[in-house]
Design a protein around this ligand. Structure first.
Ligand SMILES: [Zn+2]
Ligand SMILES: [Zn+2]
Length: 358
């Protein structure tokens, strides 16, 4: 049976739409009118409802060295979103108009060794939505049907709009067994906070979160942290002792991109400890290799999230009670993008959402 048979009649599409564009090779973004993209045979056109702002978007906004090397303006940016199917390419099966969906922002080659083996998150030839091709900060977004994740409509829309970063957090946190383990998280940005909530949900014992931002550390406590640690003036060893930990942390998630944080983490691990690294180091980080060797540590790099096992896991985590809503602190209409980006740049927020409805 062809599920498309029961699709509602497609509404007439406008020719033009609002989109947040990196218009020129300089700092800033512009809300402009651009043509509505037309889906190719294996693509889906999505009416975006909510989209959340990522650190990547902030890099593009600021036009830093990374952005200058990767982004080719003019480009519609953004990759964290939830929306509804507005058009289906002729070859797309299994989706219907109006379906609520999220999308994986990494578009993979499909024919390298990792892709063929089902390890698509490890494809060396990945294209990023809102980085290498038009993104989700727009009324409409076009992506391959293979990148669509049909969303569970019982999950709040705001939470679904954060499934991309929640996927980073879940992919990191679920890298190792957490039951009964003592976990150290360096960096209490939104993904660190989400990883904290997941570790609590999955049965970790102590979860210690370190950051320099007291507001984020308060949020960490709310997300289940046993202790928040001011990385700039508190000793991790003291905190570990006060929690009656004898040999160090069993599991570490490095989310800050700070070389000092990584060094502190390696020093604080128990023998046989396992570290997952998501934060990109802002400068070359010296790694205490001898300690890694002598203490039998495991270091695992994390990029993106598994397609689509992580999406399944996070759906089920949320459905079994994981609540990330306290991490979502601000909402703005897309027309107020300047205020939204200023707030994200200030760091005085959790996740910030842009509303594209209406
Ligand atoms: Zn992101
Ligand atoms: Zn590939």
């Amino acid at each position: 049976m062809n599920p498309q048979k029961f699709s509602p009649k497609p509404a007439k599409l406008p020719r033009r739409m609002r989109a947040l564009v990196k218009a020129r090779p300089e700092p800033g973004l512009e809300l402009r009118e651009v043509p509505v993209p037309r889906p190719g045979p294996d693509e889906v056109l999505i009416r975006v409802e909510l989209a959340s702002i990522c650190g990547t978007d902030l890099h593009i906004h600021r036009w830093d060295d990374w952005a200058q090397g990767v982004i080719r303006p003019p480009l519609v940016i953004g990759h964290e979103f939830v929306g509804r199917v507005a058009r289906l390419g002729a070859l797309v099966k299994g989706l219907r108009l109006g379906d609520l969906i999220c999308g994986e922002g990494h578009i993979v080659c499909g024919h390298c060794r990792n892709c063929l083996a089902g390890r698509r998150h490890l494809c060396p030839d990945t294209q990023g939505v809102g980085v290498h091709r038009a993104g989700a900060f727009a009324d409409y977004l076009c992506i391959p049907a293979a990148n669509v994740w049909p969303a569970d409509a019982t999950i709040p829309l705001e939470v679904l709009s954060c499934f991309d970063p929640l996927g980073n957090a879940a992919h990191t946190a679920l890298s190792f067994d957490l039951v009964g383990e003592d976990v150290l998280i360096t960096g209490a940005g939104p993904i660190g906070l989400m990883a904290c909530a997941i570790a609590r949900h999955c049965g970790a014992r102590h979860i210690v979160v370190s950051d320099v931002n007291p507001q984020r550390l308060r949020l960490a406590k709310r997300m289940g942290a046993s202790r928040g640690v001011r990385a700039d003036h508190e000793s991790l060893t003291e905190v570990a002792r006060s929690l009656c930990m004898k040999e160090g942390f069993d599991v570490g998630f490095e989310m800050s991109g700070s070389p000092e944080a990584l060094d502190t983490m390696i020093a604080a691990m128990a023998h046989g400890g396992r570290i997952a690294l998501l934060g990109l180091q802002k400068q070359p980080a010296p790694v205490a290799v001898n300690r890694v060797v002598l203490h039998g540590l495991t270091l695992k790099g994390i990029y993106g999230r598994q397609m689509f096992e992580t999406w399944y896991k996070m759906t089920m985590l949320v459905k079994t009670g994981l609540d990330i809503r306290p991490i979502i602190t601000h909402r703005f209409s897309c027309t107020k993008h300047k205020q939204a980006f200023d707030l994200v740049a200030s760091g005085k927020c959790g996740k910030v959402i842009l509303d594209w409805r209406g």
